[in-house]
Design a protein. Structure first.
Length: 223
């Protein structure tokens, strides 16, 4: 291995560690990304940490804050609306295209992810339940045969994760919340493209409304 490759590998490892902490909620929105503290935690120098934070900023997962330096990107109602509006544009069409082509075997995989997601929620494993929900959707979207579309949606999911975690107090027993996934699987089994698109549209509109309410109810962040 060349010496030039070693810093890149370290940066990749640091980026992955911070990324997973953000996705799991261990580093919630507004958390400071202290370079020296992170370097000590992962056992490396400060240079790979600085580069990893730069990548996180480029990915929209971190931002610069006055007097704080780099922080995990905060939550704003304006960004929520923008991100979910773009998700609606892409994911409604991804559901439509995927439902037209998906196989019965892939529908079974979607159903298995749904069952595992409900178990994870019941056990309080919120991040795992979100991963499974995204896995369920990925199966449908990949059936569209458009990998660029799936890649763009995944990028938006990363931007959405903090907002989804805000909604982690959704009631597990609230069938209205989880009926969308069941309806989506049912539409996929029938290869009903219009129904799948309608379910996704309604689901994203509902999610936006509920998360907006939760954000609005939160106390303002300390300066």
């Amino acid at each position: 291995m060349s010496r030039r490759a070693e810093p890149t590998l370290l940066t990749d490892e640091v980026y992955s560690a911070i990324y997973e902490a953000i996705m799991s909620g261990d580093l919630p929105a507004g958390s400071r990304l202290k370079v020296r503290d992170l370097a000590a935690q992962v056992g490396t120098s400060v240079l790979p940490v600085r580069e990893a934070i730069r990548r996180l900023e480029e990915a929209g997962l971190a931002e610069r804050s006055p007097h704080k330096g780099a922080v995990v990107k905060g939550l704003t109602l304006e960004e929520l609306v923008h991100v979910y509006d773009v998700r609606r544009v892409l994911e409604v069409e991804a559901a439509r295209a995927g439902a037209e082509r998906i196989t019965p075997e892939d529908c079974d995989r979607m159903a298995a992810d749904y069952d595992a997601m409900r178990v994870a929620l019941a056990e309080g494993r919120v991040a795992a339940s979100l991963d499974l929900d995204e896995s369920l959707l990925t199966i449908l979207y990949q059936a569209s045969g458009n990998p660029v579309l799936v890649e763009l949606i995944r990028t938006l999911w990363n931007r959405s994760r903090a907002y989804k975690l805000v909604g982690q107090d959704y009631s597990v027993a609230d069938d209205a919340v989880w009926k969308y996934q069941l309806d989506l699987i049912a539409a996929a089994r029938k290869n009903d493209a219009d129904a799948a698109a309608a379910v996704n549209d309604a689901s994203l509109v509902d999610a936006t409304s509920r998360i907006k309410g939760l954000l609005a109810a939160q106390p303002p962040a300390a300066p």
